[in-house]
Structures are given as structure tokens and as C-alpha cells.
Design a protein around this ligand. Structure first.
Ligand SMILES: [Ca+2]
Ligand SMILES: [Ca+2]
Length: 573
């Protein structure tokens, strides 16, 4: 499989060379290092990637709460949660009140994936997902969207005959599911074929790992194929808009799709980041899109290859900007994030929007462990439009980069530097973000940073482990989890530790704050509900029949908790 993959990539690289200019050709040069057995074994033992869980309204709404947005939009049903963390400032805080604290996901029906409703408590509905579901829920326009895989197919045309056994089985695809908010019934799905690159760039069975961003009629999301797609939230029910040949797009080498049906996605446009920007996504493509006016800011997932030392596309961007109507490329970062001795792993964090003195900044935390501030302008560099960088700062303290003797610390050593996977949160003109690594790299030393909007570190809290969790900040208290399973309450002004709480299970998701409480799930399948205060205290621990990797979402009076194979909607029916 591997040599063929390499061949595929080099053919594609050659095509790019013919089509694009010199720099772009350089970017896409795939310097493959022959895979030896150790690399192969190491790669095969890699578990699913993080960022994945990672996820994403309007420029002016950056400081507004979802409730204020809903009011502004004249909605009566309450606020939606239309992007990762609810607003472009990415503070993981719901503006709603009275979240449930007593509920029970019940037991699964024997031999089935469905829940026995008689055994549940406080449940509105539950829906089966695929076998893995890392893409966190968003709620918009009466619909719930999330990312999963096709291992429990909703549509028989996404099944194939196994070449060896002749049995009809699910075809490995990555799925965005769109469900009815009231009933959990599937409305449509975007069932993307795999790239065929294997674990290198599109890990098998991983599914869609990003969280969608919805605005009005459209949904934007990066796919497993390293493409950005714009989908119609109404699906094909109101006709087919934009791209017309969905069947061709959805066809795979093993499965020609003859025609789409009512339950397929209406694709408006697609943008291929590999083809157009020479991106080499590491393991999978995942991040949550930021909408600023007419523009989309998208993290590319560019990074290292299997060897974890070779960077196939050092000149490819980590952050790009697209026109939201057409999908046309408007600009890309020119910060050199992926260059040798800079890139640590890959860029999976999601951009956030800050505003100071009437000026907006894109805050981007990158795969090189640095945090960047960009304004909304572009500057020309040859044929390229470069997103204008205004500051950068290392989120890793110096002693994480070099040891006492001045020797550079290697990446993925316990005390070494980390990239950033968590999303930076904007609170009172400051940026809050922890450093961390792919859970596959295990536990290690982390840190939590507070940075001003000129790129100066205000404080660094170093007694936290590696974290891929996006913080929640309320009343000048920062609530943040680490991968080791601890929740910290920190003073937002000083970074002083106020208290901590141990969930005793690895944490991939993020702390959601609702009405004086923190909701957070762990790998043990425990949902911890804490009193949010200087002194963190347990309110309840609710057991689920599977790991909780995605982040809880509370919208329109419903609490969404997803395991790998089930989405639960709790609240008053
Ligand atoms: Ca449509
Ligand atoms: Ca279409």
C-alpha cells in the first residue's frame, strides 16, 4: 500500500509543478523518505489524532454572546451554537441558563447500537453515529451537525462488496451528519470518499474530525480530503445549488455513485488545499473555520510526514483565507511556520477573532508552538497574497526549547516544546491558550499563556500538563483542562492557581461553562459537572458507555454529549 501511496503523491506533485509557479512547485515537492519497518510499526501503533474534536459568525459579533447574536437575529427559539466555542472569540461559554445536571444515557439495546430509551433519564433523543465521531456538534437553523465516519451507514449506496469475502460492508468514508434538532432524525449527510493516502494524510476510519461553521444558509468545513467545502444547510430539499455534479464528487475508485438522493448533501463549492496550496496534511485534516465578514480563515493541517522529522511541504501555508461565496483563495500566511527547525508536528488549532481599538486581529496558534497576530489586510509577494502578520510570540518558555546547558530539547520529550492544538480564547483584549501535543505522544510538560494583543506574554502558568483543550473564561477565572485529566481554575489577570480538580481520565475535549457550571468529558466515559468558582467542586459525575472525546454543547435548552458511536440530547422534552 505504501509504495503506491508514494507514487500517487508524486504524480500529483508533478501535475502541480506543471500548473503552478516555481514557489508553489517547491512547496509541493514531496521528499519521501523510504519507510523502514520501525517507522511503519510506529505509524501503525499511532492511535487516532487529536485536533479532531477541534471545531466553529459574524465579525461584529466577536464580543457578543450567542444570546445577543440570537436577539440581534430576531430569533425566538434561543441562541444557536453555530461554530466551535459558539463565537469568533472562542470563549467556551454558553449564555444560556439552567442546564440539566441529573440525567442518564441509559443502556444500549442488546446486540444493537441503539439506546434502550426505557433505561434513560432526561433524554430528548439519541442518534447512532458511525464508530468514531470526533467532530463536535454545532446547532444552527433547527439542525444539529457533527462529524463521524460511515461505519454504521445511513445509506446503502455507501456500502461496497468486500473483494475477498464478497460480503457487503460499509465503505470507509468521512461523514458530516445533519440531524433534525427536535427529533435527532437524519436530514442529510455529506459522505466524503477517502483520499487513499492511508494514515499519512487521511487516516482510515477517522471520519470528519473538524467542527462545522454555519452562517445563514451555508455550512463550511474542512474535510478528510484536505478540502474546504461549502454545503447548503437546507440540503437538496430546496433544490441543487452551486456545484451540480455531486454524484461524481462523491464517487470513489471502488464505488461509482450514480445519482444523489434527498439525504445527500448539496455541495455549493469545494477548495482543494493540497492541489491549490501544496499542503501536506499530517494524518488528517482538522480545524474549525473562522468567518470574518466575507472571508473564511482556515487552518490547513500542513505538517510532518510519517517519519515525524521530514516536512514534505515546508513552504505551504498553515493558515489560508478564502472568499466565502466562491471559495476563491484570497491569501495565505507567509510566516514560515512549516519550515525546517520551526514546524514541530502540524497545525491543527483554529483561528480566533480579536478586536482592539476598532481593529480586528486574526489570532492563530500554530504547529511551531508560536501564536501569531494578523490584521485583515494582504500584501503581495510575487504571485502570492500574504495575510499581513503584525506580531508573533513563542508560547513555549525558553527552558522548554533549550536545557540548562543551552542544548536544544528534542520535540516529544517530556520536558520539550509543544505545538498548539487548543484554540486561543479572546477575553478582555487578551489571548489565552495552552500548549500541547497529539494525545498519541502521551503526557508531558505543558503551559498556559496569557498574551496581550501586541504579542507580549502577560503571564505563563507552568504547572499544567500538555493540553489540547480550549479554555472557558468567566468573571476573570480561567477554566482549562489538560490531557492528563486535570481541570484548573486560574486567576485571569495574574495566572495564579486558584484550585484544581482531577477527573482521573485523559481529556481531549474542552471545558464548557454554562450558568455557573463546568461540563467536561474524559476518555473514561465520565462527564464531570463542576461548580465553576475559585474553588472547583464536583456537582455530578455521569457515566457514558464510551469515551467522551468531543466537547459538550448546550444550545436552545439542550445539552449534547457525544460518544464515539452515539449522540445524546438531554433536556426537557
Ligand atoms: Ca439546496
Ligand atoms: Ca450543489
Amino acid at each position: 500500500m505504501l509504495p503506491n501511496d508514494a507514487a500517487k503523491v508524486s504524480v500529483s506533485a508533478e501535475k502541480k509543478l506543471q500548473r503552478n509557479g516555481l514557489r508553489r512547485a517547491f512547496r509541493s515537492k514531496q521528499s519521501w523518505i523510504p519507510m523502514n519497518r520501525n517507522f511503519l510499526l510506529a505509524a501503525l501503533t499511532l492511535t487516532t489524532v487529536a485536533g479532531l474534536w477541534i471545531t466553529t459568525r459574524d465579525t461584529a459579533a466577536q464580543v457578543a454572546t450567542p444570546a445577543a447574536q440570537a436577539t440581534a437575529a430576531g430569533k425566538s427559539s434561543g441562541p444557536d451554537w453555530a461554530m466551535w466555542a459558539g463565537t469568533p472569540g472562542r470563549n467556551m461559554v454558553s449564555a444560556e441558563k439552567n442546564p440539566p445536571i441529573e440525567f442518564d444515557p441509559g443502556k444500549k439495546l442488546k446486540g444493537k447500537d441503539e439506546v434502550d430509551l426505557a433505561t434513560t433519564k432526561g433524554l430528548k433523543w439519541a442518534t447512532r453515529l458511525g464508530s468514531q465521531a470526533y467532530g463536535t456538534v454545532i446547532v444552527s437553523d433547527g439542525k444539529v451537525l457533527l462529524g463521524t465516519n460511515n461505519e454504521n451507514p445511513f445509506d446503502s449506496k455507501y456500502q461496497i462488496k468486500n473483494k475477498d469475502t464478497g460480503k457487503v460492508v460499509a465503505e470507509d468514508r468521512s461523514v458530516v451528519l445533519c440531524l433534525d434538532e427536535k427529533t435527532g432524525q437524519m436530514i442529510w449527510q455529506f459522505a466524503s470518499p477517502k483520499l487513499g493516502t492511508g494514515k499519512v494524510s487521511d487516516w482510515e476510519y477517522l471520519g470528519i474530525c473538524a467542527t462545522a461553521t454555519a452562517e445563514g444558509k451555508y455550512v463550511y468545513i474542512p474535510t478528510n480530503r484536505c478540502e474546504v467545502v461549502c454545503l447548503d444547510i437546507a440540503g437538496l430539499k430546496d433544490g441543487n445549488q452551486g456545484m451540480q455534479d455531486e454524484a461524481k464528487y462523491l464517487s470513489s475508485p471502488d464505488n461509482k455513485i450514480q445519482a444523489t438522493g434527498d439525504t445527500d448533501a448539496d455541495i455549493i463549492w469545494t477548495f482543494d488545499m493540497r492541489e491549490e496550496c501544496g499542503v501536506f496534511p499530517h494524518n488528517t485534516t482538522s480545524s474549525n473555520i473562522l468567518i470574518v465578514g466575507e472571508k473564511l480563515y482556515v487552518t490547513t493541517s500542513n505538517g510532518v510526514d510519517w517519519t515525524h522529522t521530514n516536512i514534505p511541504a515546508p513552504e505551504a501555508p498553515s493558515l489560508i483565507c478564502l472568499d466565502k461565496k466562491t471559495g476563491k483563495l484570497l491569501g495565505e500566511d507567509g510566516s514560515g511556520i512549516s519550515q525546517k527547525d520551526r514546524m514541530l508536528h502540524c497545525s491543527w488549532s483554529s483561528p480566533a477573532l480579536a478586536k482592539k481599538d476598532g481593529k480586528e486581529q486574526i489570532i492563530f496558534a500554530a504547529g511551531d508552538g508560536l501564536v501569531y497576530g494578523y490584521d485583515l489586510t494582504f500584501k503581495k509577494d510575487g504571485e502570492f497574497d500574504i495575510i499581513n502578520e503584525i506580531w508573533r510570540v513563542d508560547a513555549n518558555p525558553k527552558e522548554y526549547r533549550v536545557d540548562d546547558t543551552g542544548k536544544k530539547r528534542a520535540y516529544n520529550t517530556y520536558e520539550g516544546p509543544s505545538e498548539i492544538i487548543a484554540t486561543p480564547v479572546i477575553y478582555k483584549d487578551r489571548v489565552y491558550v495552552p500548549v500541547g501535543q497529539d494525545p498519541e505522544h502521551g503526557e508531558g510538560k505543558g503551559c498556559m499563556n496569557c498574551i496581550d494583543l501586541a504579542g507580549k506574554i502577560v503571564w505563563t502558568f507552568k504547572e499544567i500538563n500538555r493540553s489540547i483543550s480550549t479554555p472557558a473564561i468567566v468573571d476573570d477565572i480561567v477554566y482549562v483542562a489538560d490531557y492528563s485529566g486535570l481541570i484548573y481554575a486560574l486567576d485571569a489577570s495574574t495566572g495564579v492557581l486558584l484550585s484544581k480538580y482531577d477527573t482521573k481520565g485523559h481529556i481531549w475535549g474542552s471545558t464548557l461553562y454554562v450558568d455557573g457550571k463546568i461540563y467536561i468529558g474524559n476518555e473514561e466515559g465520565e462527564l464531570h459537572i463542576l461548580k465553576a468558582a475559585k474553588q472547583l467542586e464536583k456537582v455530578a459525575v455521569i457515566d457514558f458507555p464510551g469515551s467522551l472525546f468531543a466537547t459538550p454543547v448546550y444550545a436552545n435548552g439542550t445539552l449534547y454529549i457525544q460518544t464515539m458511536s452515539q449522540l445524546y440530547a438531554f433536556g426537557v422534552k
